[in-house]
Design a protein around this ligand. Structure first.
Ligand SMILES: Cc1cc2nc3c(=O)[nH]c(=O)nc-3n(C[C@H](O)[C@H](O)[C@H](O)COP(=O)(O)O)c2cc1C
Length: 117
């Protein structure tokens, strides 16, 4: 799917807003007031959660997109305070689902990490 494949991207986004049909979503909030160090803690918590899920055979998809719907989530669930950073949709993956055929590669280490010697 190319960046200019607008119809495909819209279909992907629509699926995304239904959590890719995952049965659960965890919504992670930064506490008020917004100390950046606390936000970093949430990131580390999320990473541990993702690794624990993987260890138990539970598949997950971190979704930053969900933070754009923070107000909808707030109204629907009656949440007060905090700032929605992202959601993590999770469940046991259906290998037959087309979305699970999408694979994302990794940039080589030298592209992402400058080394200062
Ligand atoms: C901070 C962050 C935000 C992301 N937001 C989204 C998102 O909104 N929607 C989405 O489909 N994938 C999002 N992704 C990508 C997926 O969570 C996942 O990393 C990607 O599909 C690659 O899968 P893999 O890590 O299993 O290879 C995000 C990843 C990160 C790290």
């Amino acid at each position: 799917m190319g960046r200019d494949s607008y119809d495909l991207r819209a279909a992907y986004d629509a699926k995304s807003l239904r959590f890719y049909d995952a049965p659960h979503v965890a919504l992670l909030y930064a506490p008020d007031p917004g100390d950046p160090r606390l936000t970093a803690d949430v990131g580390m918590y999320a990473q541990t959660l993702l690794l624990a899920m993987a260890a138990y055979g539970v598949s997950s998809c971190l979704q930053g997109l969900l933070s754009f719907y923070a107000e909808t989530v707030r109204e629907t669930l009656g949440i007060t305070g905090g700032r929605l950073l992202f959601g993590i949709s999770f469940g046991y993956a259906d290998p037959a689902a087309a979305i699970n055929a999408v694979t994302v590669g990794r940039e080589p280490l030298e592209e992402t990490t400058p080394f200062h010697r």
